[in-house]
Design a protein around this ligand. Structure first.
Ligand SMILES: NC(=O)C1=CN([C@@H]2O[C@H](COP(=O)(O)OP(=O)(O)OC[C@H]3O[C@@H](n4cnc5c(N)ncnc54)[C@H](OP(=O)(O)O)[C@@H]3O)[C@@H](O)[C@H]2O)C=CC1
Ligand SMILES: N[C@@H](CCC(=O)OP(=O)(O)O)C(=O)O
Length: 430
């Protein structure tokens, strides 16, 4: 299918029929892609990396169209920055694709097995999930990252990026598809939803016969809609209300470095810290120090009464603050009187995404790691490390706080499942 937008006058029936045809093509492409040798997929990845650099001018032109329309759509500075492509950013995307080519292929990977006493061989092998429906924000680099991960893991993907990035995404998808065909891979393994009409999202969510998994990456209302309507499994996180707990036995220099990084390095992403817990034994010394460091970075502090007593002038925190994902330079602070109180607070107000302890006490670190119920627990490290690349997965399509089928950063392996291969020599069951 040519990657163009549907005419505005297309009616609901025409839109649904077009989406259905697209989904069926994705299903067929997934069947073909499932057992393509790694070398061919890697050849495609390397061709993509090269083309992103070579076709830079036309890609930047498409992006300029989106950027020109963005102010009328009310995009703020952070959103504009996410939308914008530059030569350097395209090069970074190309580099990411080259890295995916170097990663081991999870398809066909032996994940365990044994020879049974009767001689039967039981083997567990990695296989693709099938067709992934990926809904994401207006961030064109994500289009390429997601397509690269899906194809390398043998999956077809239906991309539904933010409407503000439509022209850029269509240009990127066109390029990715042309190269699929050139490398002998099914072109329909990558398709974009050819309309920004949100009704189309609802159609895809109703077709579990064509779509095996939906990954919504965006704000809470998107995720809630997808969870309510999807008839196939959803991989997601709602929000990232991440904590740093500074224990009584913390190295305070280390604690300061970690908190400043977790809060300030990139406040608008899901693994940034939103709340700081400080043990009462060190609060007198540590709170003024960390407040000064954070305020230097422009962070607004909102504290519990014990924090406000030590930091006069800051805003008192409310219950809502403790549950809030600010995605901004704001931090709630609470003084706690024990490790147990810190753990209880995190498990009550947190979003089970990423939570960190800073301590030199091994026992405290162990207890925190065992009892904090989050997808990633950091010991003496910034919450910002909850990322597929940083954690050694090569790249990620998103982060999951679900318990099935994957938790934490989702890379190539998380985009696959497995099947059993049982080999006998005429074995029959007694
Ligand atoms: N907690 C987190 O991890 C994240 C939080 N956010 C926050 O969410 C807010 C909005 O950010 P933004 O990036 O625009 O994310 P959105 O959730 O608004 O949009 C992400 C994608 O989902 C689509 N979408 C949104 N709502 C629906 C819906 N009801 N039905 C169908 N499709 C939908 C959008 O399409 P369309 O183009 O039509 O808008 C876009 O493609 C910001 O405050 C941002 O910081 C964003 C990303 C992650
Ligand atoms: N793992 C990423 C953050 C993930 C990300 O962008 O998340 P989100 O805020 O959900 O879009 C990183 O640290 O770069």
């Amino acid at each position: 299918m040519k990657a163009t937008t549907l005419p505005a006058e297309s009616g609901a029936d025409a839109l649904q029929a077009s989406c259905r045809a697209l989904a069926e093509r994705a299903r067929q492409a997934a069947r073909e892609l499932a057992w393509v040798p790694s070398e061919r997929k890697n050849r495609w990845l390397l061709a993509v990396a090269e083309a992103l650099e070579r076709e830079q001018d036309s890609l930047l032109r498409a992006n300029a169209e989106d950027m020109a329309a963005a102010p009328q759509r009310g995009l703020n500075a952070a959103a504009l920055d996410r939308l914008k492509l530059t030569p350097a950013r395209l090069q970074a995307v190309a580099q990411g694709v080259r890295q995916v080519a170097l990663l081991p292929d999870p398809v066909g990977e032996i994940r365990g097995g044994e020879r049974r006493p009767n001689g039967l061989e039981v083997c567990k092998i990695g296989v693709p999930l099938g067709v992934i429906f990926f809904i994401y924000e207006s961030r064109p680099n994500v289009t390429v990252d997601a397509a690269a991960l899906c194809v390398k893991s043998g999956n077809a993907v239906i991309l539904r990026g933010g409407s503000e990035a439509l022209q850029t995404n269509l240009a990127l998808t066109q390029l990715l598809r042309t190269l699929l065909a050139r490398c002998g891979l099914p072109e329909d393994a990558i398709q974009s939803v050819p309309t920004s009409d949100r009704a189309a999202v609802g159609y895809f969510l109703r077709w579990p016969d064509c779509i095996d998994l939906v990954i919504p990456r965006g704000g809470k209302s998107l995720i809630e809609r997808v969870v309510a309507e999807a008839r196939m499994p959803v991989l997601k996180h709602y929000d990232g209300n991440c904590h740093v707990y500074v224990d009584a036995a913390a190295d305070l220099d280390m604690a300061e470095r970690i908190i400043v990084n977790a809060k300030c390095q990139r406040p608008g992403v899901c693994n940034a810290a939103e709340s700081l817990l400080v043990h009462a034994n060190i609060a007198d010394i540590f709170l003024p120090r960390i407040a000064a460091a954070l305020q230097q970075h422009g962070v607004e502090l909102r504290g519990c009464p014990e924090t406000c007593r030590r930091l006069p002038g800051i805003t008192p925190a409310t219950e809502e603050d403790y549950a809030q994902e600010y995605l901004d330079l704001i931090l709630s602070i609470k003084v706690v009187h024990s490790l147990e109180e810190a753990i209880e607070h995190i498990n009550t107000y947190g979003s089970h995404h990423t939570d960190a302890i800073v301590t030199r006490d091994l026992q405290a670190a162990r207890l925190f790691a065992q009892r904090v119920d989050s997808a990633a627990v950091m010991i003496n490290a910034s919450t910002r490390f909850h990322d597929g690349f940083e954690m050694g997965l090569g790249a990620e399509i998103g982060i999951s706080t679900d318990r099935f089928h994957a938790r934490g950063p989702c890379g190539l392996r998380e985009l696959t499942t497995y099947k059993y291969l049982v080999t006998g020599e005429g074995h029959i069951r007694e």
